[in-house]
Design a protein around this ligand. Structure first.
Ligand SMILES: [Zn+2]
Ligand SMILES: [Zn+2]
Length: 296
């Protein structure tokens, strides 16, 4: 593992990243819960975020606390937070998550702590965001410094994101340094899940799809008539991705402008509250559950 952080050694082992993780190697199903499916500009959708096996939270958009509450996800279960890149729709929820965790610890004695994994500059931005939101004198700042560990990584990093799976990161083609991740079953059953965050079509998108992950959560914010393309479009996925993956991968479109419907069974619109199970047993199919009831 090679991760970079200001307050930890350059080389760390997964148990150091998070002592709660024990690097289990037995087969474990992956359960991906969609918390939000919207891109930076969208028609009223909760912003893109999701949680894997109740403990790995991916992305911290501005409305992350609302999405966690709506989906009945408790902060105390989360131990690892993955940030693909430092655009506001992926990180600006951090001060509110820190504030909530701080108050939980004050009121209930809850001892939540988080390992935050993301690109270079993550820790400094987190620090500045908390100060901007709540001032330097707010005790949630020192709570963050004590209970949040930041691991800044490049594409060579192999953090332990979730038990039973080996993680590899890949660089995407976006306006700033952005990494997706691939989870491969530690017992050698192949690629189970890929998260392709904000990106244009590029070599690493192709090479991830060539591995035929059973489930691919993919940025589909783009459209063929975009004046300056920034994101993937459904048309590109159909033209360049589906012929490679065949029917071996299910693509869940997220980071959207608005919900879509698809005539291809392999492409599904991610919806808030949706739960997708990728069984570790390859004989069992990927199961997509209906969105859970939302409450206001
Ligand atoms: Zn974004
Ligand atoms: Zn972005």
């Amino acid at each position: 593992m090679f991760l970079i952080s200001r307050n930890v050694p350059l080389f760390i082992c997964p148990s150091e990243q998070n002592p709660k993780k024990k690097m289990k190697t037995q087969s474990i199903d992956l359960t991906i819960k969609i918390l939000g499916n919207g891109g930076a500009i969208n028609k009223g959708l909760p912003y893109n975020s999701f949680i894997i096996n109740d403990s790995l939270l991916c992305e911290l958009p501005p409305d992350i606390m609302l999405s966690l509450h709506r989906n009945k996800v408790h902060l105390s279960l989360i131990d690892t937070i993955y940030i693909s890149h430092l655009h506001g729709d992926h990180i600006f929820g951090l001060p509110f998550l820190v504030l909530s965790a701080f108050f939980n610890s004050e009121r209930t004695g809850d001892k939540s702590s988080f390992s935050l994994i993301g690109p270079n500059g993550l820790e400094e931005l987190a620090h500045n965001l908390v100060i901007s939101a709540f001032t330097k004198s707010h005790p949630c700042l020192s709570w963050m410094q004590k209970f949040c560990r930041f691991f800044e990584t490049d594409a060579s990093g192999t953090p332990n994101l979730t038990d039973g799976y080996e993680t590899s990161l890949f660089k995407l083609d976006h306006m700033m340094e952005t990494f997706g991740f691939l989870l491969a079953d530690s017992s050698g059953k192949g690629a189970s899940f890929a998260y392709i965050a904000d990106t244009l079509w590029c070599e690493s998108v192709l090479s991830v799809i060539e591995k035929k992950p059973r489930l691919v959560l993919i940025d589909l914010n783009g459209s063929l008539d975009d004046l300056k393309p920034v994101h993937l479009s459904m048309a590109e996925l159909i033209e360049k991705g589906i012929p490679v993956a065949g029917n071996q991968s299910t693509f869940l479109g997220t980071h959207l402008r608005e919900p879509f419907s698809s005539e291809l069974p392999q492409i599904v619109c991610a919806e808030p509250g949706m739960t997708v199970v990728v069984p570790s047993d390859k004989k069992k199919s990927v199961a997509i559950g209906p969105p859970a009831k939302q409450f206001c």
